[in-house]
Write a protein that binds this ligand. Structure first.
Ligand SMILES: [Zn+2]
Length: 85
């Protein structure tokens, strides 16, 4: 994925992911729609959430953005097609 973005001259500074599963590891703060991963990025990179844009292809992405106080949360499910990334 990062190679594809790089080939399009899009720089990805860091990738966050939730290593947990509710049925295996129990609840966590980073699994969307919770905002833990976004809050981690906000803190790490001193991001102003209200001035930020989140783009997601799942409703839980949008909910996580809203829960983190992101200013604009764009739902683009219908724009994504297999092979476009
Ligand atoms: Zn997690």
């Amino acid at each position: 994925m990062l190679d594809k973005f790089n080939s399009e001259r899009i720089k990805i500074t860091k990738v966050y992911y939730c290593p947990h599963h509710p049925k295996i590891t129990g609840s966590c703060d980073c699994r969307k729609p919770k905002a833990g991963m976004i809050r981690q990025a906000i803190e790490q990179f001193n991001i102003r959430a209200v001035n930020s844009v989140l783009i997601g292809d799942k409703k839980r992405d949008i909910l996580a953005g809203e829960n983190a106080g992101i200013g604009k949360n764009l739902y683009i499910q219908n724009l994504l097609r297999e092979g476009s990334f």
